[in-house]
Design a protein around this ligand. Structure first.
Ligand SMILES: Cc1cc2nc3c(=O)[nH]c(=O)nc-3n(C[C@H](O)[C@H](O)[C@H](O)COP(=O)(O)OP(=O)(O)OC[C@H]3O[C@@H](n4cnc5c(N)ncnc54)[C@H](O)[C@@H]3O)c2cc1C
Length: 440
């Protein structure tokens, strides 16, 4: 599905409440009352669609990338929060007065009963808590899995309260058509939770994997190989990632996203390169062969699929090399005739993974592999410093470089620099595909 179809679909869903309200043809209230209702309804629609955006649907993430999907999820949640926070203050009509003396016939407003006021107020207080605890997630004393559970439960509670408030206090939502729309949208939101937490795990359970080896391959970095227990390996595009669950029930929240480092169809199984970073990854070396694994995926759009370029540039920082390794291996396996440059940055020499394999690749006719170190040891003969504009000018200074395809993965700061530099070098934005490993 094209990204423009997704955007159009999103706008249609979130703006439908406004359209249905206008079509009701009711007498207009004071301007700010109407704005307040409009903002609240749009915010509620945004919040319900947030369930779908965070549901790891491939139809969305494979098109725009999981990091962009999550970024949208965050930005839209913040937009909805602003709408909701100002919603009660915009009313010019005193909605706390009950019964409403200025609308005895109840044509203008429904008036608020204590119940609908309480549900609205509770949602109004909980929503900023939900957003703040997401923004400050890393500073909270909870494991990622605990935070995820609290975030999900909090979101369901807010949706329930907002639904009660909307149907009981909303002037326009008392109309059966709009009320029906809210019910369908809420069902879709809850359906996407059901899909993520019941249907996907059931599918995972039917296709278990086994860990076949775990080896240290560089400083604080491990290679993990898994094989399908019953034949069929996962079908994926080089560059994609999965949520990997090692040794837990498929219904558990203990799963982490990791890119696949092997090329599709690798005989020895599906491989990952995992860097020790936190709770789970710092114990990756303790995982023993024979451990059961479950995969949710493949996800992501850092792939060659549907993209062209006269040459392929892979630009990696640290463990960001993993999806690009899969792509380099795939191109090598296919004997792709296009020129390939892998620019691979690290801090220290012992952080480089698969040095020998990459040197072999560099020896091939159309391939160039450039290692970059920001803290090189004496005698280092590769590039030094950070991957920046000057280095990109140097490495990609040839004539048709703006017609190449650039796949970029690494720390956020590096991605920002590289994307800006490539655009400044005249590379069209659609020829630059990047992926972030951290949804900040
Ligand atoms: C698309 C993608 C591909 C990745 N590929 C690789 C890879 O190939 N190799 C590699 O070493 N690392 C990769 N990462 C990073 C890796 O997922 C994190 O380092 C790992 O999840 C940290 O888990 P932890 O329990 O050790 O640390 P924690 O301390 O629990 O988490 C540290 C941070 O990692 C992130 N994180 C943890 N669990 C999840 C989760 N379930 N979903 C989303 N984010 C989570 C959160 O931002 C969290 O704040 C990738 C990340 C993403 C998003």
């Amino acid at each position: 599905m094209h990204a423009s179809v997704l955007i159009a679909g999103y706008l249609i869903v979130t703006l439908t409440p406004l359209v249905l309200s206008i079509l009701q043809g009711r007498a207009l209230r004071p301007f700010w009352d109407e704005i307040s209702s409009g903002l609240a309804m749009t915010a509620f629609a945004i919040l319900l669609v947030e369930f779908v955006l965070s549901g790891r649907f491939k139809v969305i993430s494979a098109r725009i990338g999981m990091d962009v999907t999550m970024r949208l999820h965050q930005l839209l949640a913040r937009t909805a929060l602003v709408f909701i926070l100002i919603h009660p203050f915009l009313y010019q009509t005193p909605f706390l007065t009950f019964p409403v003396p200025w609308d005895v016939s109840r044509q203008l407003t429904l008036g608020l009963g204590i119940g609908s006021l309480a549900s609205g107020l509770a949602g109004w207080i909980l929503l900023p808590v939900l957003v703040l605890t997401a923004v400050l997630r890393d500073q909270l004393p909870y494991r990622y899995e605990t935070w995820r559970l609290m975030h999900g439960v909090g979101a369901v509670l807010i949706a329930a309260m907002a639904m009660h408030h909307t149907l009981n206090a909303g002037r326009y939502s008392s109309d059966p058509l709009l009320a029906g729309f809210w019910v369908v949208l809420l069902a879709l939101a809850l359906g996407s939770l059901l899909y993520s937490y019941v249907i996907v795990p059931l599918k995972e359970a039917s296709r278990p994997y086994l860990v076949t080896s775990v080896q240290k391959i560089a400083r604080r970095t491990w290679e993990l190989t898994i094989k399908a227990r019953r034949g069929n390996e996962l079908e994926f595009e080089a560059g994609q990632f999965v949520w990997l669950n090692l040794g837990h029930s498929p219904f558990s929240l203990h799963e982490n996203p990791f890119s696949i480092s092997s090329a599709p169809g690798n005989d020895s199984g599906i491989q990952f390169v995992i860097k020790q970073a936190g709770d789970f990854t710092s114990r990756i070396g303790e995982v023993s062969p024979g451990t059961t694994a479950f995969l949710d995926g493949p996800h992501g759009n850092l792939t060659l699929k549907g993209r062209t370029g006269t040459g392929i540039a892979l630009i990696a920082g640290g463990v960001g090399v993993v999806p690009l390794l899969s792509i380099a291996r795939q191109l090598d396996k296919d004997s792709d005739p296009r020129p390939l440059v892998l620019l691979y940055g690290n801090r220290l020499v012992d952080q480089i993974v698969y040095k020998d394999e990459l040197r072999l690749l560099a020896g091939k006719d159309n391939c160039d592999v450039r290692f970059v170190l920001s803290e090189p040891e004496p005698g280092w003969s590769g590039l030094t410093g950070m991957i920046d504009r000057a280095m990109l000018d140097d490495v990609f200074g040839f004539e048709d470089a703006s017609h190449w395809l650039y796949l970029v993965c690494g720390p956020s700061a590096m991605l920002d620099v590289v994307e800006k530099a490539l655009i400044a070098r005249g590379v069209p934005a659609h020829q630059i595909v990047s992926e972030r490993f951290y949804y900040d």
